[in-house]
Design a protein around this ligand. Structure first.
Ligand SMILES: *[C@@H]1O[C@H](CO)[C@@H](O)[C@H](O)[C@H]1NC(C)=O
Ligand SMILES: *[C@@H]1O[C@H](CO)[C@@H](O)[C@H](O)[C@H]1NC(C)=O
Ligand SMILES: *[C@@H]1O[C@H](CO)[C@@H](O)[C@H](O)[C@H]1NC(C)=O
Ligand SMILES: *[C@@H]1O[C@H](CO)[C@@H](O)[C@H](O)[C@H]1NC(C)=O
Ligand SMILES: [Zn+2]
Length: 292
């Protein structure tokens, strides 16, 4: 339920044992899968003993494709990348009539343009933050916290999560939660979005059982990451070739059926992507979407 998602997204400021020991330094993000804190490893060990974590081997990336060792049953592992599978607790659409506004990959240099616009319009959105970007841009992160924006986890270094060991998965999620906790005054995210959507039942189970994180996907993808700030497109025919094409795609969602509701995938990577949201925003209201 998106309403539940929205109610819980900012979590509670109560202390959470896995994060209450504030960090004095954060991983530098140069390597995927930073070493986890011992308390996260202890919690993972307990989850494994309780039979909560399926023993699925990590995948590898081969010629740009996710590949599992032979013998792995691709249906039973619920790989979103390979079979489009969602787990029973995953959220990928909104209730009828509701429009979930979400942005990935921040906080970045262009993000204040978005945060100022949202604030001026009394609008909240869900920002799936990259831990290493929070480390690089703490003042920009603070602007989002101060505006009451909803913050989720988009991992620390933006890897294909199914390629990582269990301990590396812990480090990616845990350090992102830790830095958000420490810089926001004690808020702990309740939701995460895997980079590229790449998740399987092992990665899902670690996120859910160790960190209480529910996976959030999307049902409309803007491919707005294609546009760069020089006004060009970096992904050929895969996505929009310019700002007008991106606005037309977002307008198409806004014009489409209100059932199911929409969770749109957008990014705060470039001023162009943010401007496409800003320019189409009035249509959300005119088409009577309940945007949150
Ligand atoms: C977790 O379990 C592994 C293997 O069973 C063990 O080597 C490690 O010491 C344990 N870690 C903690 C923090 O309990
Ligand atoms: C936002 O909320 C404030 C305070 O309630 C109000 O004064 C302002 O007009 C609102 N702005 C918009 C764009 O709705
Ligand atoms: C932006 O896109 C244009 C057109 O595709 C391309 O020529 C240019 O190299 C890109 N710039 C960057 C910084 O990626
Ligand atoms: C969306 O609907 C509006 C108003 O009905 C229309 O002007 C616009 O062309 C439509 N846009 C798309 C992309 O379908
Ligand atoms: Zn991303």
């Amino acid at each position: 339920m998106l309403s539940l998602l929205l109610a819980l997204l900012t979590g509670s400021a109560a202390s959470v044992p896995l994060f209450e020991r504030q960090a004095t330094a954060y991983p530098d993000g140069s390597k995927a899968g930073p070493a986890p804190k011992p308390e996260w490893l202890r919690s993972l060990n307990a989850s494994k003993l309780a039979g909560q974590i399926p023993a699925i081997p990590p995948s590898t990336v081969s010629n740009g494709n996710i590949v599992y060792p032979s013998g792995v049953d691709l249906q039973s592992i619920c790989s979103w990348t390979l079979t489009g599978c969602f787990g029973p607790h995953d959220i990928q659409e909104a209730p009828d009539g509701m429009y979930g506004v979400s942005f990935d990959d921040g906080p970045l240099a262009d993000s204040p343009l978005l945060y100022d616009f949202l604030k001026n319009n009394n609008q909240t959105a869900t920002h799936f933050f990259v831990g290493n970007a929070v480390r690089d841009n703490p003042q920009i992160a603070s602007q989002a916290f101060a505006n009451g924006q909803h913050i989720g986890v988009h991992t620390y270094t933006h890897p294909y999560m199914t390629t990582l060991s269990d301990a590396q998965v812990l480090g990616e999620l845990g350090w992102t939660m830790q830095i958000i906790h420490d810089l926001s005054g004690g808020y702990v995210p309740r939701f995460w979005r895997p980079p590229y959507g790449d998740a399987d039942n092992r990665v899902r189970a670690i996120a859910e059982n160790v960190f209480g994180l529910t996976l959030v996907g999307w049902n409309q993808d803007s491919d707005d990451w294609c546009l760069n700030d020089s006004g060009g497109s970096s992904c050929g025919s895969e996505g929009p070739s310019n700002l007008a094409a991106l606005e037309s795609e977002i307008s198409r969602w806004i014009n489409s059926s209100s059932s199911p509701g929409i969770i749109g995938l957008e990014h705060e990577l470039s001023a162009q992507a943010i401007n496409a949201f800003i320019n189409t925003y009035p249509k959300l209201d005119s088409q009577r979407w309940d945007a949150r």
